[in-house]
Design a protein around this ligand. Structure first.
Ligand code: LLP
Length: 398
């Protein structure tokens, strides 16, 4: 397929899933894979085969999930700004649960459900006001974040919907952020959400039968340690069990992150201002995480050229100084023609890619033991301009 290309390993995805299941143990639960982190059809098919449901945040992700064969009842629709059209399509498709994040959104849901003469199961995402150490862009559970409804408003919002026969409260949940490696904030959030569920059940919200703990379990980037899932669940298993509710979770990164590599070729090497630059054929449009979050991914040389060891900044061809994939890495074998793998790129890699600089998005390949399959071909140039309108009448107007 040439480079740059994303390569995913199916067995790593299965192993990550099994590790999560083992850590969850005998807690009654349902796993809904967070489609946003890697939404390729073949990855969704693989996960479908493992028996998970999906967590989606847009009409596009609903389309992808149904196309990949997920039963609508196994779909949870999350997100802070669903349009009426998205709500309508979700209800008509028979989506299992719609998580609302504000009073306004709940009122929209009620009105769309009434129009369609349907009764819809909804969940309430609560902002537990818990701070978890994560990049500020991916920390979502603190009181100042745009996500969820404030603890103090939960009772009123639920009461305002009780009168409507069109919605039924099934779940209350939290999602405190992404790439969290400390179990502590989960324990604090679980304590709060369990108390919210108990309070609502006391107020006769008897249809409530699920409690959501979100996703966000961190992985080990560049040799660092990820979330200890055993430690996490040993902290939260008992309080969750005692709630008597089924636990919903929406992991993404912890399932697919470590399975993926962005494979790229070194085009040129140059020294400038005291820095050794290795210019790759992959760029920030292919993997945005280093540029956007200063994220550090592992990087290894797959096909070395030469053996001299040096410190390198690995950068892309895009016309921005922020276009880098890895900085300050001491490695040997880096020279034009060498092949490198940027690691832990299975989550929020391809799914955040773009055509910036009119670059074709990379191919994607899935490995499974001795077999491999191209699961997405590299874009053709024509695909970059496919929606642009060529209107000669407009051009030739007086
Ligand atoms: N549930 C909700 C409501 C979410 O917003 C997210 C992620 C997840 C579940 C899944 O989180 P995970 O298990 O994958 O951490 N682009 C960023 C991450 C953004 C996360 C957005 N929400 C990154 O590359 O680090």
């Amino acid at each position: 397929m040439g480079t740059p290309a994303y390569v995913y390993d199916a067995e790593t995805i299965r192993a990550n899933y099994r590790a999560l299941k083992a850590a969850i143990g005998d807690l009654p639960h349902e796993i809904c894979y967070s489609v946003k982190c890697n939404s390729n059809y073949s990855i969704l098919r693989l996960l479908h085969g493992l028996g998970v449901g999906v967590d989606i945040v847009s009409g596009g992700e609903l389309y992808r999930s149904l196309r990949a064969g997920f039963d609508p009842s196994s779909v949870v629709f999350s997100g802070v700004g669903k349009t009426r059209e998205e709500l309508r399509n979700a209800i008509k498709s028979g989506v299992g649960l719609i998580n609302v994040e504000s009073d306004g959104e709940l009122q929209s849901l009620i009105s769309v459900a009434e129009d369609l003469k349907k009764t819809v199961d909804y969940g309430l995402r609560v902002n537990p006001d818990v701070t978890a150490e994560a990049h500020p862009y991916t920390s979502t559970g603190h009181g100042a974040a745009k996500f969820g409804v404030a603890l103090a408003d939960v009772a009123d919002i639920v009461a305002s919907a009780q009168a409507s026969g069109s919605v039924r409260l099934r779940s209350v949940g939290v999602h405190i952020g992404s790439q969290i490696t400390d179990p502590g904030p989960y324990a604090r959030a679980v304590e709060k959400i369990v108390a919210v569920a108990a309070m609502l059940r006391e107020k006769d919200a008897l249809t409530l039968d699920c409690i959501g703990i979100g996703g966000g379990f961190g992985i080990g980037y560049a040799g660092k340690v990820g979330m200890d899932l055993e430690a996490l669940f040993s902290l939260i298993r008992e309080p969750l069990k005692a709630s008597g509710l089924k636990v919903l979770m929406e992991p993404g990164r912890s399932i697919v992150g470590s399975s993926g590599f962005l494979v790229s070729s070194v085009l040129y090497c140059k020294r400038s201002g005291g820095t050794n630059f290795a210019i790759l054929d992959a760029a920030m449009n292919d993997l945005l995480r280093p540029s956007l979050y200063q994220a550090e991914h592992g990087l290894s040389v797959l096909q070395p050229v030469g053996s001299e060891e040096k410190e390198w900044d690995f950068v892309g061809p895009v016309c921005e100084s922020g276009d880098f994939l890895a900085l300050g890495r001491t490695l040997s074998g880096v020279a034009p023609g060498a092949l490198v793998a940027i690691e832990q790129a299975g989550a929020y890699g391809f799914s955040m890619s773009s055509h910036y600089n009119s670059r074709r998005r990379p191919a994607e390949v899935l490995l499974d033991g001795e077999r491999f399959a191209v699961i997405r071909t590299r874009d053709e140039f024509a695909e970059i301009v496919t929606n642009e309108v060529v209107d000669l009448e407009w051009e030739n107007r007086d």
